[in-house]
Structure formats: structure tokens, C-alpha cells
Design a binder for this molecule. Structure first.
Ligand code: AHM
Ligand code: MG
Length: 340
């Protein structure tokens, strides 16, 4: 008989909770609420071409960039979902200069803080290109019952309890890890549920894809230029150079490379001297997923997860993906760093 069994995100979260006998379901509830918010954002993104939502909201965010209407919507939806979970006592997002501290008595008891990029790659929305949401969950440092402080949000990425992303692509997927492997769920729009589609994702040790904004080539450090030239040489095994693939949407570029094998790099360059991507809510959660899937993430000299952030919106160079590829670029970067 044909089996109709599916495992939904919620089934999976509950099954996993049973693996931890002392778990009280707080993290499960938080993940469940992130899943709900993701469905709301997904619905809005799907309608972006149909209703008058495409385009700029007219506001400039704290980084001086135009805010898209969907940026604002996604920010509000995720923050409300996290507040109503009752398990989260504060949130830091790309769209807000300072952390948002939940002050009602219910939320101040929450055990977790969340750092998020609610809608990454949003400049792509007008052109129907995939975008994503990225999240990172930490245990609070301040005692429960008190208001959380800035330092709660400035923990090294190695302290993450869970992290994940949603990619709003040709289908919508939620990928997350609680530190025990990586699992991916595809949204079935007919039933409105994320269904387990990619259990226990392992990224290939090696790959043939490099993802970088090559338009910045002349501004890159010498080591990065040399690595790009290396990628363009004939690979002995395949008989062809590596493939260059760059969407310009971190979640989508990373997701493809996670499944196929590859490297994503956003180095420091003359126009972005410390890199572009944000350590706390872009690099750290993506690095957590990469490591859980068997990959590597570095800023060129240090493991991303070992860096203690000094500020919420700190930027970092970012090299992430298949182990052999990231190690290869690091071997190009080291001598360059020493001589610069
Ligand atoms: P955003 O957070 O303002 O959307 O910017 C982050 C995005 C990433 O998704 C992507 O990897 C990168 O910026 C692309 O930058 P560039 O256009 O400089 O290549
Ligand atoms: Mg972003």
C-alpha cells in the first residue's frame, strides 16, 4: 500500500525534543513560532508581484540603505512571533540599530535571545530573485526575570543553541540545526506545512562551485585574486575549471553550495575594508549550519564561530563551504596577510 506518511516541521521538533529527557519544550516552541513567521513572510513574498508592495518603503535603515517594504514586514512578523512564543526575551535584527528588549513579565522569563536577518538579499525582490531569512538562537546570559542586555547578543557563534535559514526560492525551504546535524523542510503550499525533505544534510568535502562577486576582483586582496585564478584553471579530476555561480543572495548561494559542494566568499575589499556581511546575524548562523553539515567557515584567519563580536552590526570577511575548498583558500590567504 502506498504510504502517505510525512514528517512535518512540528512533528520533527517534538520528536527531537524527546531525545533530551530534561527538555521543557522551550526551544521547540521558539522554533515552532519561527516556522509560523516564515510561512507568513513566504505568503507575502509570493504575492510581491501581484500587489502594491514591491518597491521602497521610503525609509532608510540604520546602515543608510533603502528599506524595502518586505524588509519592514518580515522584521515585524518575526519579532511579533518571537515575542508571542514567550520563550524569547529579546531580539537583534539587521533592521534595528539596537537590540529589542521584551519587557513584559512573560517574555522577561524567556530563556533565549534571537539574532536575525529577517529578509536577506532584499534588493533582489523587485526582480523575482530568491531571498532568505536567517536566524540564530542563544541562551541568555543575564538571569531570567531581568531585562536582557547588549552583551547577551554579543556571544561567540560557538555558543549558538540553534540556527537556521529559510530560502524563499523556486520552493520555500527551512533548514535548521540544534547542534545535532542539519535538516531541511520544504513548504508544501497545499497543506501549508514544512515537510521533512532533506534529512541529515551533509555537505560534500569538495566541490566545483565558487560563489563571489567577481565585479569586485580588482579590489580583492592578492590571495583572493590568486584563489580565483586557481578556480579558473583546468581541474585535473574533472577536466574543466570550477563553475562560477553567484546569485547575490547569501542564503540561496550558500544553500546551493551546501547541497552540491562549493565555496561562498565575501572577502574584505577596498570598498568594504572589513567585508560586507554581518557577523552576528548573517555569518554566525550560516557558519553554524555549515559546520553541522561537515563544512568550514572562516574569516580568512580565524574560525567564524570563535570570534567574539564587539557590536551587533559588526561586519566580517566570510569564507564558507566545503572543507577542502575553504582550507584551500585559507592557504592562499595566509602569506598575503603576512606581507600586506
Ligand atoms: P543585505 O543584508 O543588505 O540584503 O545584504 C546582504 C547580501 C547577501 O545576501 C549577499 O551575499 C550580498 O549582500 C551581496 O552583496 P553584493 O551585491 O555586494 O555582491
Ligand atoms: Mg542581510
Amino acid at each position: 500500500m502506498k504510504s502517505y506518511h510525512i514528517t512535518t516541521l512540528n512533528d520533527f521538533i517534538i520528536q527531537k525534543q524527546k531525545d533530551f529527557p530534561y527538555a521543557k519544550g522551550e526551544l521547540s516552541s521558539l522554533l515552532h513560532h519561527i516556522g509560523i513567521a516564515a510561512k507568513m513572510v513566504n505568503k507575502k513574498i509570493n504575492k510581491a508581484g501581484l500587489i502594491d508592495i514591491i518597491g521602497r518603503s521610503g525609509d532608510i535603515n540604520i546602515h543608510g540603505e533603502d528599506q524595502q517594504k518586505l524588509d519592514v514586514f518580515a522584521d515585524e512578523v518575526f519579532i511579533s512571533a518571537l515575542l508571542s512564543s514567550g520563550e524569547c526575551c529579546g531580539v537583534a535584527t539587521e533592521e534595528n540599530e539596537n537590540e529589542i528588549v521584551f519587557s513584559d513579565s512573560f517574555a522577561t522569563e524567556g530563556k533565549y535571545i534571537v539574532c536575525m536577518d529577517p529578509l536577506d538579499g532584499s534588493s533582489n525582490i523587485d526582480y523575482n530573485v530568491s531571498v532568505g531569512s536567517i536566524f540564530s538562537i542563544y541562551r541568555r546570559l543575564t538571569p531570567r526575570g531581568e531585562k536582557v542586555r547588549n552583551e547577551d547578543f554579543l556571544q561567540a557563534g560557538s555558543e549558538q543553541v540553534a540556527a537556521g535559514y529559510i530560502v524563499y526560492g523556486s520552493s520555500t525551504m527551512l533548514v535548521y540545526s540544534t547542534g545535532n546535524g542539519v535538516n531541511g523542510f520544504t513548504l508544501d503550499p497545499s497543506i501549508g506545512e514544512f515537510c521533512l525533505s532533506h534529512p541529515d544534510i551533509k555537505t560534500p568535502k569538495d566541490g566545483h562551485i565558487y560563489s563571489v562577486n567577481e565585479g569586485n576582483y580588482i579590489h580583492f586582496p592578492e590571495g583572493v585574486k590568486k584563489y580565483i585564478k586557481f578556480c579558473q584553471e583546468i581541474d585535473k579530476k574533472s577536466g574543466r575549471p570550477y563553475s562560477s555561480r553567484y546569485i547575490g543572495s547569501l542564503v540561496s548561494d550558500f544553500h546551493r553550495n551546501l547541497l552540491k559542494g562549493g565555496i561562498f566568499l565575501y572577502p574584505e575589499n577596498e570598498t568594504a575594508p572589513i567585508g560586507k556581511l554581518r557577523l552576528v546575524y548573517e555569518c554566525n548562523p550560516i557558519a553554524f549550519i555549515a559546520l553541522q553539515a561537515g563544512g568550514v567557515a572562516s574569516n580568512g584567519t580565524s574560525d567564524i564561530l570563535e570570534i567574539t563580536p564587539k557590536s551587533l552590526h559588526q561586519r566580517s570577511p566570510f569564507y564558507v563551504g566545503s572543507e577542502n575548498m575553504v582550507n584551500k583558500i585559507k592557504s592562499f590567504l595566509v602569506p598575503t596577510k603576512l606581507t600586506r
